[in-house]
Design a protein around this ligand. Structure first.
Ligand code: BEZ
Length: 238
């Protein structure tokens, strides 16, 4: 892996540009995040090839790859294992493992080899209190401009919740598309939040029910956003 920037002294944060790197993957060389410009990308790490939790996660990611692609989002995996280990593990998964009804699963998205740990360190995936020689289960949501928009870290023993990963992606895209925020546990079709800054100029009208927003208080205004509108604008589905 050829790193393009000097090793950061701090971890990447939400709102930062995703650290750039070039690396080898199971799908050829990668120039990250440059080659993903225009797409969302989920860059995720796993602790080690040939381990059970990671195997269940790869089968789940692969089975949802089309669903993520329909939301203009590509998947990229990473661990500190080498390329031949990655290739052997993915082949074994396809030939031998069934998880939750998914079998013969081919992992088509790239899996980065990071034996130097340079990428893992640049992304804060090595968290020494948890493991010094393996990456934790990190998930970086990176937008079409290469900006980190959400980061989720899980420890080694905890497999990720893929409903939540997909929900977070759609919520981020919905917030961008409609200029709103999404409340706790939001899913498409639920009411969305109008930020106080955007709502206070005509809060009185809203509190009187004269606009389509409902304000319970000046800091808690919401409006309807039908699921069909989200599907149409975010997923191009009519
Ligand atoms: C697993 O994927 O099963 C795993 C990997 C590293 C430590 C513990 C569990």
């Amino acid at each position: 892996m050829e790193q393009q920037n000097t090793a950061p002294v701090s971890l990447p944060r939400i709102g930062d540009k995703a650290p750039a790197f070039k690396a080898k993957t199971t799908q050829g060389d990668i120039d990250f995040p440059k080659q993903y410009e225009g797409s969302w990308v989920i860059l995720f790490s796993h602790p080690a090839d040939f381990t059970p939790v990671c195997t269940s996660e790869f089968i789940t990611f692969a089975s949802m790859e089309k669903q993520f692609a329909e939301a203009n989002c590509k998947l990229v995996g990473l661990s500190v294992d080498g390329l031949y280990s990655h290739i052997a593990w993915l082949r074994s998964i396809q030939e031998k493992i069934e998880y939750r009804g998914h079998k013969n699963v081919e992992v088509k998205f790239p899996l980065i080899e990071d034996i130097t740990m340079n990428v893992a360190k640049a992304y804060g995936m090595i968290q020494p209190g948890e493991a010094t020689t393996q990456a934790v289960r990190a998930v970086f949501f990176i937008d079409p401009k290469g900006i980190i928009r959400t980061i989720i870290y899980y420890p080694l023993s905890l497999g990720r919740n893929f409903d939540e990963l997909y929900r977070a992606l759609i919520a981020l895209q919905t917030a961008d598309a409609f200029g709103i925020a999404t409340p706790a546990d939001w899913r498409p079709g639920d009411d969305v939040i109008i930020s106080p800054a955007a709502s206070c100029s005509s809060a009185k009208n809203r509190m009187d029910g004269k606009e389509d927003m409902v304000c319970q208080e000046w800091y808690f205004c919401s409006r309807k956003l039908p699921k069909e509108e989200v599907l149409k604008k975010v997923l191009n589905k009519s």
